[in-house]
Design a protein around this ligand. Structure first.
Ligand code: FE
Length: 246
């Protein structure tokens, strides 16, 4: 599709979306699925997966990305197949299941855990996890005394190699600014309640260093297999905004 046609279509979409919103009487407010836990993806207002009226109108960033992609393709500066392969990699191949397997392995294999804590890049390479920033990783372990949580205050640096793409809330200004000022309050909003004596350590990621939180293994999981344990490890628990539970 040419740029003019694309942009024309986008403009029509805006009109259609506005008309539906008015006609349907839909509020723009997104409903929180749980008042106590901020489903931060909705809290920080992603339009994806919203109401019918929202689904007719791509978000502003989505429109800008499409416009830019159209231009770059038209000028022959990027290859469509290469873009598709990259999107497939980030959407389908990378993801938190990789990090969950790493954490479960650390829980059952003390030698691997020692290696992971000492030199995460080397430990990840030893089990075939390379690229996407795997060589710039530091693992930090939660204990009864210390709870770790990860942010990128500057932008959205994230451990892609083990967690895939970051959730929308991780990139939001609210999370980035608040978690360093009032981490306990933010964690409580995520449903993470810490003992009074536990210290909270906030790690600020950057383009050269990404962090993986190794959460505590839940009690009562002594007989579980590595695969069963991996299923308990959530994305949020590896950012520090969640706790694995049985
Ligand atoms: Fe960043």
């Amino acid at each position: 599709m040419g740029r003019r046609k694309f942009l024309g279509g986008a403009a029509a979409g805006v009109v259609a979306g506005a008309a539906t919103t008015v006609g349907g009487g839909e509020s723009q407010a997104q409903t929180k699925s749980d008042a106590t836990k901020p489903d931060a993806d909705s809290l920080y207002h992603s339009h994806e997966g919203g109401s019918l009226s929202h689904s007719l109108l791509p978000s502003d960033p989505a429109l800008r990305v499409k416009a830019m992609e159209t231009l770059l393709l038209e000028k022959g500066l990027i290859d469509a197949a290469a873009v598709d392969a990259l999107i497939d990699q980030y959407e389908n191949k990378l993801g938190p299941k990789i990090g969950a397997a790493v954490v479960a392995k650390a829980w059952v294999d003390s030698a691997f855990k020692k290696s992971l804590m000492e030199d995460a890049a080397k430990a990840l390479t030893s089990i075939g996890i390379t690229g996407n920033g795997a060589e710039q990783m530091i693992a930090v372990e939660n204990t009864d005394e210390v709870h770790n949580v990860v942010v990128c205050t500057l932008c959205s640096c994230y451990p892609w190699a083990v967690l895939g793409l970051p959730p929308a809330w991780y990139k939001s200004e609210a999370y980035r600014s608040r978690v360093v000022r009032e981490p306990r309050k933010v964690l409580a909003e995520f449903g993470v309640k810490l003992p009074e004596q536990a210290k909270v350590r906030v790690w600020d990621s950057n383009s050269e260093m990404r962090y993986l939180v190794v959460p505590q293994r839940p009690k009562g999981t002594e007989t579980m297999s590595e695969a069963q344990l991996a299923a308990l490890v959530t994305r949020d628990s590896m950012i520090g905004t969640g706790i694995p539970a049985v």
